[in-house]
Each structure stands twice: as structure tokens, then as C-alpha cells.
Design a protein around this ligand. Structure first.
Ligand SMILES: NC(=O)c1ccc[n+]([C@@H]2O[C@H](COP(=O)([O-])OP(=O)(O)OC[C@H]3O[C@@H](n4cnc5c(N)ncnc54)[C@H](OP(=O)(O)O)[C@@H]3O)[C@@H](O)[C@H]2O)c1
Length: 168
């Protein structure tokens, strides 16, 4: 019988940025396929509803704080994530932000916020988590990473677009 590649029973998945939006969709899909989850926000309180939803599916959901613009937060998160389950199988680097405005109105601060979050944050979160992942990810980090890559319009997506092209 063919192996079921969609069965994630026994797997542990991190989905960053799960307080709302796409992170919750992605986390829900992984949990429905059998994975236990580590869910994140900069404020743990905002995760209680989603944690309850995932647990109602019969999966475990461990809420942790993570700010991907803060290296110490990333390092602390990586330690806590590994301690929670003893292993990590999947990392979905979903945490991200945007400043929806025309390119001519994007400020220096907007650009830095978006790139610091979406590009630098994605890379250093993966770097911190990779040692806890499957052995191959230590050499081939990019295979371990799933990023919610931005699909953006030309007028309003200059900084998220730069993130996509600067990606791993
Ligand atoms: N929506 C779209 O049309 C679209 C299209 C393509 C790609 N994307 C990408 O998909 C991802 C999710 O988009 P979304 O629309 O679902 O966004 P969203 O609703 O604004 O949610 C963003 C999530 O990221 C977290 N986050 C923001 N800044 C963070 C930081 N500095 N550190 C850690 N977590 C942070 C937020 O958590 P807290 O605020 O609770 O900390 C929240 O859970 C983003 O990377 C975005 O670039 C979105």
C-alpha cells in the first residue's frame, strides 16, 4: 500500500505567528493531518482561543512567546520549543508583517520593520530551530523551512516583495 504522505501523526510542527490570519489556517491544516503544534505570538494571551481549538481536535498545542525581531527572544523560543516535545519536525515560518501603502509612501522605518521581521526574522528563526530538527536539516536548512512567501502587487508590495526575493 502506498505511504500516506499527508499523515503527520507523531510529528511536531512549529507554526510562527498563530494569533490570527494565515498562521491559524496553516496550523489547523497540520493539526487535522495529525501533527502536534507549537504556536506563537508576541503575546501568549492572544493564543488561548486557538490553543483550545487545536486541543479540541485531539492534538497538543503549546503556546510560546516569540518576537522574530529580537534575537534573544528567538533563542529563548528555540530552547522552549525543543523542551516542549523533545524534537521538531516541521517549521512554518509564517510570522510576518506588512505596511500596506503605495511604494512612494514607504518610509525608512516601514522598510526596516518589514525586512527585519519577514526576512531576517525568518532566517534566524530557522537557524535557531534547525539543530532540533531532523538530521538532514542541519546541512540543508532550506528544506526544513516553509515560509509564507508574499505574493504582492507592484504598487503596494515593494518591501514584502524584497523579502520574497531575498529569501532562502
Ligand atoms: N495576507 C496576505 O495576503 C498574505 C499574502 C502572502 C503572504 N503573506 C504572509 O503570510 C504571513 C501571515 O500573513 P497574515 O496576513 O496572516 O498576517 P497577520 O494576520 O498580520 O498575522 C501576522 C502574524 O505574525 C505575527 N507577528 C507579527 N510580527 C511579529 C514579530 N515581530 N514576531 C513574531 N511574530 C510576529 C503576529 O503575531 P502577534 O501580533 O500576535 O505577535 C500574527 O500572528 C506573513 O508573513 C505575510 O507576509 C500574507
Amino acid at each position: 500500500m502506498a505511504e500516506n504522505f499527508f499523515d503527520l501523526t507523531g510529528k511536531v510542527a512549529i507554526v510562527t505567528g498563530t494569533s490570527r490570519g494565515l498562521g491559524q489556517y496553516l496550523g489547523r491544516a497540520l493539526a487535522r493531518s495529525g501533527a502536534d503544534l507549537i504556536i506563537t505570538s508576541r503575546s501568549k494571551n492572544s493564543l488561548s482561543g486557538f490553543q483550545a481549538e487545536i486541543e479540541s481536535l485531539g492534538r497538543r498545542a503549546v503556546p510560546l512567546e516569540l518576537d522574530v525581531t529580537d534575537l534573544q527572544s528567538i533563542k529563548r523560543f528555540a530552547q522552549e520549543a525543543l523542551a516542549a516535545f523533545g524534537k521538531i519536525d516541521i517549521l512554518v515560518n509564517n510570522a510576518g508583517c506588512n505596511r500596506r501603502k503605495p511604494a512612494l509612501e514607504v518610509s525608512w522605518e516601514d522598510w526596516n520593520t518589514i525586512l527585519d521581521t519577514n526576512l531576517r526574522g525568518t532566517f534566524f528563526t530557522a537557524q535557531a530551530i534547525a539543530p532540533a530538527g531532523p538530521a538532514t536539516t542541519r546541512r540543508w536548512v532550506s528544506r526544513f523551512i516553509v515560509a509564507a512567501v508574499a505574493v504582492t502587487g507592484r504598487r503596494r508590495g515593494s518591501a514584502p516583495g524584497a523579502r520574497r526575493r531575498g529569501h532562502l
